[in-house]
Every structure is written in C-alpha cells, then in structure tokens.
Design a protein around this ligand. Structure first.
Ligand SMILES: [Ca+2]
Ligand SMILES: [Ca+2]
Ligand SMILES: [Ca+2]
Ligand SMILES: [Ca+2]
Length: 333
C-alpha cells in the first residue's frame, strides 16, 4: 500500500512540474516575446503634392502607431524650396521604444501654373482729345517665380477718329503662362473751334456812322469750318460801347465765344452857319442889327450859339463878332 501511494505522488509531482512549462524549452527572459515590429506611419494629406511656386508650403504632418507603444512621435526632415521648380522630399521617421524605426516620405513638386500679374501705369480707361498725341504710360508685370517680366504692348490709337482704341499688354513667364489686359483709349472731341475775328477787336465809330459787320471765322480740328453766330447790335445814334458776340459750336457741343466792342463817339464839332453875310458894311450912325447864326451838331442837333464882340457905329473901322469859342470865328466888318 505504502509503495503504491509514493509512486502515485511522484507521478503527480512530475506531471505538475512539466505542466508549469519548466525545463529548458523557454527563452530565459521570463517568458516575454520581443518587439521586432516598427511603428506604422500615416501621412496627413497626400504623399505627392503640387505646390505653386512662390506659395508657402503648409506641412500637414503625420502620425505613427506602434504595436507595443501605441502612439509614437514622428520626426520630419527635409525642406521645401518654393523658389525653384522641381521635387522636394520630406522624410518622416518614427521609432518605438524597442528601437524599431521606420520612415515615410512625401514629395512636394514645385510648379508654375500662374501667369505674371500685370499692373497698368495709369487708368484702364483714358479719354484723349481728338488730335492730341497719345502718351503710352506702359505697364509692369511681376511673376511669383520669375520676378519682373517684360510686358509687350500692342495696339494703336488713331487720334483723328472719335471712338475707342484698345491697347493690349501681355506678359509671359518662363513656364509660358500668359496674361493679357487691355486699356481703352477713347478719342473724344473736347476742344471748341478756333474762332477769329475779321477786323479789329475794338472799333471806334463817329456817331451816325454805319457799323459794318466784318464777321468772324471758325475752324474746328475735327469738324473743319464751323458756322459763326453773331449777336448784339450797334445803335449809331447813341454814344457808348456795344458788344458784338461771336459764337461757334462744334458737333460735340464744344462752344467758343469771342467779342468785339464797337464804341460810338462824337468827334465832330457842330456846323455853324451865319444868318446873313459874313461881311457887312454899315453906314456910320445906323444901328447894327445882329442876325445871328445857327449851329447843327451831328449828335446834338440844333445848338445855341454864343456870340461876343460889339460894333460901335460912331467910329469907323472893322469889328469882329465871334461865335461860341469852340466853333468858328466869323467876321463882320
Ligand atoms: Ca513596435
Ligand atoms: Ca508664373
Ligand atoms: Ca472740336
Ligand atoms: Ca458832335
């Protein structure tokens, strides 16, 4: 009995030892499986990107997950030069705590698909007076990649015809991206006709004289000879200034006006006429009877006549009767 029991116990112990995983079949590290698996990197965004030259690159980043460590940090290396066409490669690296490392890359290709920007010098819409010379102010063009780019100007302005003229400005970058913009030059008639008097600008006429209108001539740079309208009147019976106005209007309603001043003056003295003879012989002792004189002025009509002098009928001799000083002298004697 006793031997049988001992044997059973031993068998039981042996089985228990074997079941505990004992023996030499293990790793010797306490039974933990080593981590030989590197993290997995996931890029945010595409692995291949296009970037317009001159535009700043915005990194979207990446994440890494490890089978043991979970989330692992990612380091990024490499640079993007947005001033040069071509590929730029960024490298993303993640390492787990067991030293397993992996990397991924992203390729950023710098491209130029953008035409230069053009800035006109001056306004995009310009008015030009007919006949005037169009002065081209030009334009400037700057490309994000190439910098300053030449601008080609095409188109012409016909300053002899009313209407729109289109000037086109074109800039092409090294990648053959092209931009054209226009300027509209509108030829208009902003200038009134030239107006010239025939005759003097100031005319002086003696009262009663007839004013003869000599007119004026008008020539427009666009319309040629233009009619002249004359207004104003001269009253040759009244002293004073009279303004005659000459007006010329072109087809575009540009108006020019000039004037002439006609001044009526009185430069003629009255006409004096004696009543009776200018020379009278008088018998001594006989009373002298003054017959008088008449005065007629071109402006004032009949005027009084002043006389001076005296006749002494008791003394023989010659006597002078003088009319108004401003007039003439007459003799009676
Ligand atoms: Ca791992
Ligand atoms: Ca460009
Ligand atoms: Ca005109
Ligand atoms: Ca007079």
């Amino acid at each position: 009995m006793m031997n049988t029991t001992k044997t059973l116990l031993c068998v039981a112990l042996a089985s228990a030892l074997s079941a505990c995983g004992g023996g030499d079949g293990g790793t010797g590290t306490g039974g933990v499986t080593p981590d030989t698996t590197a993290p997995v990197i996931t890029l945010v965004g595409d692995a291949d990107l296009s970037l317009e030259a001159g535009v700043d690159y915005t990194e979207q980043g990446a994440s890494a997950s490890d089978n043991v460590d979970g989330s692992v940090s990612v380091t990024t290396s490499g640079e993007v030069d947005n001033t040069m066409l071509g590929d730029n490669i960024l490298t993303y690296t993640a390492t787990d705590s067991a030293g397993n490392s992996t990397s991924a890359t992203r390729t950023i290709t710098v491209v130029d698909t953008t035409a230069p920007a053009i800035n006109l010098v001056g306004e995009a819409s310009v008015s030009l007076d007919v006949g005037s010379t169009y002065a081209e102010l030009g334009a400037n063009a700057v490309d994000m990649l190439d910098g300053v780019v030449e601008v080609t100007v095409s188109g012409q302005v016909d300053n002899t015809v009313l209407g729109d003229n289109i000037i086109t400005y074109t800039a092409i970058d090294a990648a053959q991206n092209t931009l054209s913009i226009d300027r509209t030059v509108t030829v208009v008639d902003m200038t009134a006709p030239a107006l010239s008097l025939v005759g003097d600008v100031s005319v002086t006429l003696d009262i009663g004289a007839t004013y003869i209108e000599q007119g004026a001539s008008a020539v427009d740079i666009l319309d040629g000879v233009v009619d002249v309208t004359i207004s104003g009147e001269v009253d040759n019976t009244v002293l004073g200034d009279y303004t005659i106005t000459y007006t010329a209007i072109d087809a575009a309603e540009n108006t020019r006006t000039i004037t002439r001043v006609v001044t009526m003056v009185d430069t003629s003295a009255p006409m004096l006429s004696l009543v009776g003879d200018a020379a009278i012989t008088l018998e001594a002792g006989v009373a002298y009877t003054e017959q008088g004189a008449t005065a007629l002025d071109n402006l004032d009509g009949a005027l009084d006549v002043a006389m001076s002098g005296a006749v002494d009928t008791t003394v023989l001799g010659q006597y002078i009767i003088t009319c108004d000083g401003e007039c003439r002298h007459f003799r009676r004697g």
